[in-house]
Design a protein around this ligand. Sequence first.
Ligand code: TXA
Ligand code: MG
Length: 397
Amino acid sequence: MTNTTVISVLGCKEEDITPLLRPAVEDLLAGYPVGMPTETVYGLAANALDSAACERIYRVKNRPADNPLIVHISSLYMLRLLVRRKSAAPVREKLTLKSLPCPSFSAEEVAVLDDLEIPECLKPVLLKFWPGPLTVLLPKTDNVPDIVTAGLHTVAVRFPQHPVARLLISSAGVPLAAPSANLSGRPSPTTAQHVLDDLNGRVNFIIDGGNSGFGLESTVLDATRKPPLVLRPGSITVNMLQELLPDVRVFRKGSDSLTAEEARQMEERPATPGMKYRHYSPTSPLLLFRSSPEADPHQIETTIRAFIAEELNADHRIARISPVPSSPPVHDDLYYEFPLAQRIQDQDQMARSLFAALRAADAVQPDLIVAQSVREEDEGLAIMNRLEKAASATRII
Ligand code: TXA
Ligand code: MG
């Protein structure tokens, strides 16, 4: 056990943040994991080039050793440490700043990509969505310890948008490996308090940078496959990726998005090992009502309410995670409701509130948590991916 200090940088100007981060940076460089805000969820960060430090991440989280970590960078130059160089003499592609979708990098920094084993089709994607909630798999160098990639030959890299995450990485001067900062199996943390709830006494520092803006983990894209494959949906949606990668596919169990050979390999050894674990699980069982997009919303609501009414009559304590507020509860001593947004169209808000709602629902220790499907379009795909992983049972309506 250790004393956990929360360093709040809320409301501070950038120049005032760096000195506040100093004790956390020293701790990081001494090999200890630190709680770090990012725009997706909070991460548990450690020096990605130090295998002993990364081992501590697994220990602090109780994470299975075969589930690899995402490495976070604060400049494209850091990719040189992580990603294999092209073996042939580097060819200078005609990648000029003018042709870039989002020229937030200098020409010199962009040129780093040309010398590395990065698929051509991926470069515009990186320059458009980095910094941001997109993680890509790239062939790794020997600098990246095996513990970070769980022995895989690819390293998952993300360039976060959150200014505090970027300051922490640049102050440390090394890429930071960071999984979500929850205990393994718990919902990902979207506030510093969630991190403290899970990791108090297990880390020396948590940096409080406010609520995570997106609220769901980054999109994970495997561009080493042809065509590229989204392994985990997130806020960078498939539609957004399609503009630059027209043939991008999404991994879904049992769907026909994979070739037969890929599906067989995926069963044997999941491309993203995190897939095989039940995630985000509240302690109470979660029943997910799943409806088809054509189903009548009123009928869905009637069915769910009838189910809840029966449960309440049996004296069961129910926590409902509803997309929007439903009608006032009948039994206010047994019924708790956690709406994700005020309006059904507000998917961003639903994504932002989902993990906090799962934690809050669990905290009332219900006999059952009831949730329902949302439209699997845009961010809805990511929301459903997380709800399905949290569910202990699904009922089709
Ligand atoms: O938004 C995020 O991605 C957050 C913040 C902290 O950056 N991080 C995060 O990390 O969600 P984590 O560890 O909870 O999820 C990482 C996912 C896991 O499903 C893991 O299996 C997969 O990425 N992954 C990591 N490295 C991989 C690799 N080399 N190949 C395939 N999948 C990989
Ligand atoms: Mg996680």
